[in-house]
Design a binder for this molecule. Structure first.
Ligand SMILES: C[S@@+](CC[C@H](N)C(=O)[O-])C[C@H]1O[C@@H](n2cnc3c(N)ncnc32)[C@H](O)[C@@H]1O
Length: 353
């Protein structure tokens, strides 16, 4: 055998071994994240887990019957580390008077109620399409009382959409109004369509339109827990692109971090824990909105109808119950309030400009 041939064979061997190592690494990673490719994808299970914990309360503020299944074992485990026990609330009087809760009202429960309310308000004023951007394990299409004829679209990464479909199929959820009969979780929308596009790249609305989205029908867009994973340029492009296919009576519902400081502070806080997903997730945050989001959104084609912060949502939805004013995990790490807990996340309802 010539020297050249030996070199080629060992070259093939090395390539095969490194391919194997890559596949093994990917396999172990996806086990870490419960069948999902990355910590960003896994954040969908984490949030579903937080919704599931609210549903376990005796008198839940919001109940999502599919949340625990969609969160999966690891999502529930991760969410449990962020929940704050009711007795730990600073307001001892409130604790003494209403002690039938296990956990403080979570920020995810509050944000869920905000999005539910504003989505249904959008439907009341004529929207008949809903598009969830970074839909994750959201189950509103099986939970909300939607007007007849509402088309439902979910955009996310392929791994998330596949994992979600797997869970929902096993739970006997229906994906079409035609198969609702006998389904344990009937679809509440007229149609359900998924689209696996990267929202960080321009041109995603073309794929959405090809999937059946109608640019002439008023639409409620929801970006809940998405924008921090996109660069500022990508968020700008996304807002403009959505605007270009949004007729009158459309709405854009946004949950956004509100300042670079907050993102940096989260990232610094995360270095103080040994929990892998917390460290890995924090470094994926790329951008935030300015605190005054009105001019920012106007430049991008959207007129702000209302901006609220967590304390406003708590006033509206928590009925006087103590709530987690700071992210639960941050409190558990014993980190000090950076003075921005109240305004570090904005909830925005915007209409086409
Ligand atoms: C924190 S989860 C929020 C999920 C859901 N909106 C909720 O509130 O329950 C963020 C979601 O955004 C998705 N996502 C992040 N970057 C994305 C991108 N570039 N394109 C599509 N989806 C993305 C993730 O896969 C994940 O499902």
């Amino acid at each position: 055998m010539g020297v050249g041939k030996v070199a080629t064979i060992s070259g093939i061997g090395i390539a095969a071994l490194s391919g194997l190592a890559w596949a093994l690494k990917r396999f172990l990673k996806s086990r870490d994240y419960d069948d999902l490719d990355s910590v960003v994808s896994f954040s969908s299970r984490l949030v579903a887990g937080m919704r599931a914990y609210e549903g376990k309360e005796k008198e839940p503020l919001v109940f999502d019957p599919l949340a625990e299944l969609l969160a999966g074992r690891r999502g529930m485990q991760a969410a449990s580390t962020t929940m704050q026990h009711y007795e730990d609330a600073a307001d001892k009087e409130a604790v003494a008077s209403k002690a039938n809760r296990k956990f403080l009202v979570g920020r995810v429960a509050l944000r869920t109620l905000f999005m539910d309310d504003h989505l249904l308000a959008g439907c009341k004023t004529g929207a008949r399409q809903v598009v969830l951007l970074g839909a994750g394990m959201d189950s509103r299409a099986w939970r909300l009382d939607l007007p007849e004829g509402t088309s439902w679209f979910e955009i996310d990464r392929t791994d998330v959409l596949n994992a979600k479909r797997k869970v929902l199929t096993k739970a006997q959820a229906s994906f079409s109004a035609d198969t609702n009969k006998g389904a344990k979780y009937p679809l509440r929308a007229a149609t359900y369509t998924t689209c696996d596009v990267d929202l960080g790249s321009e041109g995603w609305t073309k794929r959405l339109i090809a999937a059946g989205f109608d640019p002439n029908v008023p639409t409620v867009w929801i970006a809940e827990g998405l924008f921090m994973y996109l660069s500022e340029a990508a968020v700008t492009a996304l807002l403009k692109e959505a605007r270009s296919v949004s007729p009158k009576h459309s709405r854009f519902l946004i949950m956004a971090f509100t300042s670079e400081d907050v993102v940096k502070w989260y990232q610094e806080s995360a270095t103080q824990t040994s929990v892998a997903w917390v460290k890995e997730l924090a470094v994926t945050f790329k951008s935030s909105f300015p605190l005054d989001s009105k001019p920012y959104l106007e430049e991008r084609g959207w007129h702000v109808a209302s901006v609220e912060f967590y304390s406003d949502l708590a006033d509206k939805y928590a009925h006087g119950l103590p709530w987690t004013s700071a992210p639960g995990l941050i409190v558990k790490l014993g980190l000090k309030d950076n003075g921005k807990f109240d305004t570090n996340t904005a909830f925005i309802d915007a209409v086409p400009f």
